[in-house]
Design a protein around this ligand. Structure first.
Ligand SMILES: [Fe+2]
Ligand SMILES: [Fe+2]
Length: 206
C-alpha cells in the first residue's frame, strides 16, 4: 500500500510558510526543513501519531534558524522569553522558542502541541509529548544528516521513540562536554527524565 502523502493543500497557511522560508533561509536550510517535514510525517505514521501535525511542525521548526545573535536576543525580549545564562552566551539556542512564537505571530498557529514541538526541538524538555519527540528525532535524522551518531539515532528512531530521543540527548551532552561547552539544563533534564522512565520500564531480572 502506498504511504500517505503530506497534504499541504489541507493547510491554508502552508504556501505562505514556504514563500516566507524561501525569502528568509538558505536553499540548504530549506532542504533540511523539507527533510524534517518529511521525516516527522513518516515517524508519526510509524508511531500512529498525527502525521499532518508532525509534518506541519517540521515545516515551521526552523523559522528563526538564521537570525543573528543580536536579533535572537531582541526577539526573546519582545516575546517575553526568559534568557538564561547558557542562552545569553549562545543565543542560537533560542531559535526554537522564538520559532514557536513566530509560528503563532506570522502564521496564526494556535495548536499547543505543534507550538511545543517547535519550541522543544533543540533543547528538548522533560515530560515532552510524543509529537515533540518525533520532531526532535526528525531534526536529528532527516536524510541530509550524516555521521555515526546520526546513524545510531536513525536506526533506533524506528524502533523505540523514547530510547532514540534519550540517545539524541546523550550525544548532544557528550558532544558539549567533549568540546568544553556549557550544557543547557533542559537537555540534561530531558535525558535524566527519559533515563529514569526507561529504567523503570526495564523488566525485573530474576
Ligand atoms: Fe533548529
Ligand atoms: Fe532543524
Amino acid at each position: 500500500m502506498p504511504e500517505p502523502q503530506i497534504s499541504r493543500s489541507q493547510n491554508p497557511h502552508a504556501s505562505h510558510v514556504l514563500t516566507w522560508l524561501e525569502a528568509h533561509v538558505s536553499p540548504k536550510r530549506l532542504d533540511h526543513i523539507l527533510g524534517v517535514e518529511k521525516t516527522a510525517h513518516a515517524l508519526a505514521l510509524h508511531y500512529r501519531e498525527d502525521a499532518q501535525k508532525a509534518a506541519w511542525a517540521g515545516l515551521l521548526h526552523d523559522l528563526a534558524k538564521h537570525f543573528p545573535p543580536r536579533k535572537l536576543l531582541a526577539e526573546a525580549q519582545r516575546f517575553g522569553l526568559i534568557v538564561d545564562p547558557v542562552c545569553q552566551k549562545n543565543p542560537h539556542l533560542l531559535h526554537a522558542d522564538i520559532g514557536a512564537a513566530l509560528a503563532q505571530e506570522l502564521f496564526g498557529e494556535r495548536d499547543a502541541q505543534v507550538l511545543q514541538a517547535i519550541a522543544n526541538h533543540t533543547l528538548g524538555n522533560p515530560e515532552m509529548d510524543r509529537l515533540s519527540q518525533i520532531l526532535y528525532l526528525a531534526d536529528w535524522i532527516e536524510p541530509m544528516r550524516k555521521g555515526p551518531d546520526v546513524d545510531h539515532v536513525r536506526t533506533l528512531a524506528w524502533d523505540n521513540l523514547e530510547e532514540a530521543t534519550m540517545l539524541g540527548c546523550f550525544y548532544v551532552l557528550e558532544d558539549l562536554s567533549k568540546n568544553g561547552q556549557p550544557v543547557h539544563p533542559r537537555t540534561q533534564c530531558t535525558y535524566d527524565w527519559l533515563a529514569q522512565k526507561l529504567s523503570l520500564c526495564e523488566p525485573e531480572k530474576s
